[in-house]
Design a protein around this ligand. Structure first.
Ligand code: NAD
Length: 416
């Protein structure tokens, strides 16, 4: 049986690249292990007057190249090993695109679908208070992830600011544009996925207008990816969310789906496409570009054999397992790994943080131009190394990232 523990998978991926780099054993142990695992349990008053205890985590993996950086997830499935994996992927992601941040991740075990807005606010504020001493604008900077958004980031800013006695916007990224947020940040992860997909398409000598795409997950990452791919001329033929999956070989109108979701929250009931059951089968539709943009462990040894596409562009973190990677490679499917494909979000977050430090707000065009240039550079570096070393793009991306963090670690030395 395949081991689906994300932390185990993250370490396997690390080891493959570390072997290739010939990393010595202390460096290997240091870079594999998170610097700090914070685990908190805290009470929150619910709307009905009862009090519930919630568990939350903040894992700081590595800050050798800059402050810890990474999202905050609200989900019933959150657990320490998942957060540790996600934190380490952030270290490699910031390194692969060469932004001066480290890696961290956080999460609260809760189901936002069953919480009122007031309850969500109280959970966010109390969690922020619990971790107030380990986060900070030069220390550790959270951002949105699954089920968190600009409003959640704003509650964190406010709570942290109240605690410190002055307004501090740099403590998180992914804020609204009217409160220290950056233009282009909300769509940045999807934009990065689109840029990676278009690079792969161009390298293969294909034209986007001749291609189709399937998107699993239609939240922040999936919806912007779908819209931006459609703008390039790619026909979106399959979309899924937590409730269902839809398929229309003639093309799905992304804007129409967005409008439906605004009203109905979930895709269930959408009647302009055929529904696929179970929804996971959306990953097996025949298509050119497959974008998993929901959760970890979606393409595993159990279904990789049925995946029928040319390119997998990982919008989600950790959607493909190592066993699945091997199967996909044999099938000739090019996998553009998460730490490269979805790095647009953290890159734009870095730009947001720089704007906050400078007390400026850059125009949308400037953010998009800088973002695309950086992502294209990272893509070329990874592709070229993969070719030179005859490895897949995941190992190549890890080799670049680990190499950068190891070099910085060597130079800084070991304290004291
Ligand atoms: P989100 O909460 O905005 O959206 C998640 C989407 O996935 C929703 O449409 C939800 O309905 C759907 N979903 C949940 N479970 C599903 C299932 N079993 N099958 C199909 N769909 C399902 O979250 P997001 O921010 O878009 O994050 C999605 C993924 O992208 C995560 O892996 C996250 O870590 C990663 N990511 C996010 C960012 C970012 O900037 N938000 C950046 C990099 C990576």
């Amino acid at each position: 049986m395949e081991n689906l523990n994300p932390y185990h998978i993250a370490q396997m991926q690390f080891d493959q690249a570390a072997d290739k780099l010939g990393l010595n054993s202390w460096m290997r142990d240091f870079l594999k292990t998170p610097d700090r695992n914070v685990s908190v349990d805290f009470p929150v008053k619910m709307d009905d007057g009862s009090i519930k205890i919630f568990a939350g985590y903040r894992v700081q993996h590595n800050n050798t190249r800059g402050p810890y950086k990474g999202g905050l997830r609200f989900s019933p499935e959150v657990n320490l090993d998942e957060v540790r994996a996600l934190a380490s992927w952030m270290t490699w992601k910031t390194a692969v695109v060469n932004v001066p941040f480290g890696g961290a991740k956080g999460g609260v075990v809760c189901d936002p679908r069953k919480l009122s807005t007031c309850e969500l606010e109280r959970i966010t504020r109390r969690f922020t208070y619990e971790i107030r001493n380990v986060i900070g604008p030069d220390v550790d900077i959270p951002a949105p992830d699954v089920n968190t958004n600009a409003q959640v980031m704003t509650w964190i800013v406010d709570t942290y600011s109240m605690w410190n006695g002055h307004s501090e916007f740099r403590v998180v990224t992914g804020k609204p544009t009217f409160l220290g947020g950056s233009y282009g940040r909300a769509e940045a992860t999807g934009r990065g996925v689109m840029v990676a997909a278009m690079k792969a398409v161009k390298d293969a000598g294909l034209e986007p207008q001749d291609l189709t795409a399937v998107i699993q997950g239609f939240g922040n990452v999936g919806s912007h990816t779908a819209r931006l791919l459609a703008e390039q001329g790619v026909k979106i033929i399959g979309i899924s969310d937590i409730s269902t999956a839809i398929h229309n070989p003639d093309g799905i109108d992304v804007q129409d789906v967005e409008a439906y979701l605004k009203k109905n929250k979930v895709l269930e009931g959408y009647d302009k496409a055929q529904h696929i059951r179970p929804k996971e089968k959306v990953l097996e539709l025949k298509t050119d570009i497959l974008v998993p943009a929901a959760l970890e462990n979606q393409i595993t040894s159990a279904n990789a054999g049925n995946v029928d596409c040319r390119f997998i562009v990982e919008g989600a973190n950790g959607p493909t397992t190592p066993d699945a990677d091997r199967i996909l490679k044999k099938k000739g499917i090019l996998v553009i790994p998460d730490i490269l494909a979805n790095a647009g979000g953290v890159t734009a977050s870095y730009y947001e943080w720089v704007q906050n430090v400078q007390r400026e707000q850059w125009p949308y065009e400037k953010v998009v131009t800088k973002l695309e240039k950086k992502l294209v550079q990272a893509y070329n570096d990874v592709r070229d190394l993969a070719e030179r070393e005859d490895v897949d793009m995941r190992i190549a991306a890890y080799m670049i990232a680990i190499g950068r963090v190891a070099k910085a670690t060597e130079a800084r030395g070991v304290f004291p």
